[in-house]
Design a protein around this ligand. Structure first.
Ligand SMILES: Nc1nc2c(ncn2[C@@H]2O[C@H](COP(=O)(O)OP(=O)(O)OP(=O)(O)O)[C@@H](O)[C@H]2O)c(=O)[nH]1
Length: 489
């Protein structure tokens, strides 16, 4: 049996050697422990830094108004902000870090959160994944409720994908409203009955609606880019350039927005009367003029015809058909007018009531047609006897006539009466059955002259003329008698 060796049996040098080795081992262990502890501390510090940086990153992306998402090179979800989750609220609660983009997308599609995917889910997914793998230009995605996001994706250096989504609903809706109103405007312009021509600030035509092409007779390409003066007739054609220049210099412009008549020109050279109204449309980019033009040519022609017809009607309603003298209606109007004027001004007025003598006998003897001819001849004599502009010769009825002589006193009236009888005598119209004037047609005239006064009236005055005529008849006819009703002027 081998006896046990005790330290006391070892030589002293070996003991010292062992002790040294032990001390060295202890030192080495202590060093290793310190290194391990330092490494652990470093790791903890790095982890803290990483957590702090991630927290800062999250804080940073949460401050973005846009939705933010990031997927790694394996297309697994790394990080996203709440704005991204708010865009797809139904599927977002199921998102987990590390989930694949395709699965996230399937969740969105299944929840019906992308409008164009509804009803064609697989096809849309395939197309969307292709875009996601090779992102290009930003694009618009429609979400339910006519909401819109603008999506921009790009690849990171490590092969991941960053997605930025901006809610552009308001912008898109504004554009939609604008497009709707533009479409409405286009429809109105193209179907409008009035011509609408737009020009730039230099007067070059930018657009013309179908009514404008019809009105002016041009094709659209013959008008576009041309000076709008080609549609104008003189004098507007020559002055338009100057007017436009002055308008651009801030002078003139008084015609803007006001409808006015305008001389236009058809392609054929035919003049057109149009109504023109021009408005200025000024944006930051440019200045345009919009002209609304309606054709007045037909209306103008119709107006002239109507005016002629009205004049004709007025003439007919105030003219005696046989003699073409004023009729009784016009006489009574003028008599009232002159009466009132005389009251106001104190001017004298005369009235001659003229009657053909023995006209019944004339008719009976020569026939009614000859009687008509004789009345026409008498009318002509009377007309020639009273030829001042203010005189009025009227057929009062039957074979009776009235001469209304404004601003004429008794002497003037007598002179006119004498002229009537002499002119008729000059015609020497035979009236074989008349016992007067050597078998010629003669006239009896009752006259009234004076200044109208209050308390009397035009009709009383006419009655006095009738009385004077009656006296002329009873005194033997073929004469003129003055009624003593007014103070002689
Ligand atoms: N041809 C024709 N005759 C007319 C017209 N208007 C009235 N007369 C006629 O004129 C005649 C007027 O006759 P009276 O009123 O008796 O008067 P008179 O025969 O002229 O006799 P005194 O006036 O007394 O001299 C009638 O025979 C009417 O028929 C007309 O438009 N044409």
């Amino acid at each position: 049996m081998t006896p046990a060796v005790t330290p006391a049996d070892l030589p002293a040098s070996l003991a010292w050697g062992l002790l040294l080795a032990l001390l060295l081992a202890l030192g080495w262990l202590a060093h290793g422990w310190r290194r391990a502890r330092d490494a652990q501390r470093q790791c903890e510090a790095l982890a803290r830094t990483a957590r702090a940086e991630r927290a800062e990153l999250i804080e940073g992306i949460e401050t973005l108004s846009e939705a933010y998402s990031m997927f790694d090179a394996d297309d697994r979800l790394l990080i996203y902000n709440q704005a991204f989750a708010r865009l797809y609220p139904a599927s977002a609660p199921h998102w987990r870090p590390g989930m694949r983009y395709e699965d996230l997308l399937r969740g969105i599609i299944a929840a019906g959160e992308v409008t164009p995917a509804i009803g064609q889910e697989e096809a849309w997914l395939a197309e969307r994944m292709q875009m996601h793998r090779a992102p290009g230009e930003p694009w618009l995605q429609e979400l339910p409720g006519n909401r819109w996001v603008r999506i921009y994706e790009r690849k990171t250096a490590s092969g991941g994908t960053i997605g930025i989504r901006a809610d552009v609903t308001e912008l898109v809706r504004t554009q939609q409203a604008l497009q709707t109103s533009q479409a409405q405007l286009r429809a109105i312009i193209s179907t409008a009955g009035v011509a609408i021509v737009t020009t730039d600030a230099e007067g070059r035509m930018r657009s013309a609606n179908p009514a404008a092409l019809r009105l002016f007779g041009y094709e659209l390409d013959e008008m576009l880019g041309q000076d709008v003066a080609m549609l104008m007739d003189e004098p507007e054609r020559s002055t338009h350039g100057h007017y436009l220049l002055r308008f651009r210099q801030g002078q003139g412009g008084q015609l803007m927005g006001r409808a006015r008549e305008f001389n236009a020109l058809h392609k054929s050279g035919r003049p057109l009367t149009v109504q023109l109204s021009v408005s200025e449309v000024r944006s930051e980019a440019e200045q345009l003029f919009v002209a609304v033009i309606s054709d007045l040519t037909e209306r103008k022609r119709f107006e002239i015809e109507l005016q002629h017809a009205n004049e004709q009607l007025l003439r007919l309603s105030t003219t005696d058909a046989l003699t073409e003298l004023a009729n009784r209606r016009l006489l009574m109007q003028r008599l009232e007018d002159e009466w009132r004027r005389g009251l106001r001004t104190g001017a004298p007025l005369s009235l001659l009531l003229v009657d053909v003598d023995y006209f019944k006998l004339y008719n009976d003897h020569y026939g009614h047609q000859a009687g008509d001819d004789a009345l026409v001849a008498v009318a002509s004599v009377l007309r020639n006897s009273a030829n001042r502009p203010a005189d009025l010769v009227a057929r009062y009825g039957g074979e009776e006539f009235v001469l209304l002589l404004a601003q004429t006193d008794t002497e003037g009236a007598r002179a006119v009466a004498t002229r009537c009888r002499e002119l008729l005598a000059g015609l020497a119209l035979a009236h074989e059955l008349s016992p007067l004037g050597g078998g010629l047609l003669t006239l009896s005239i009752g006259m009234v002259s004076g200044v109208p006064y209050r308390g009397s009236s035009a009709s009383q005055w006419l009655a006095q003329a009738d009385l004077a005529l009656y006296q002329a008849k009873s005194q033997g006819r073929d004469r003129a008698v003055v009624a003593p009703v007014f103070s002689e002027a």
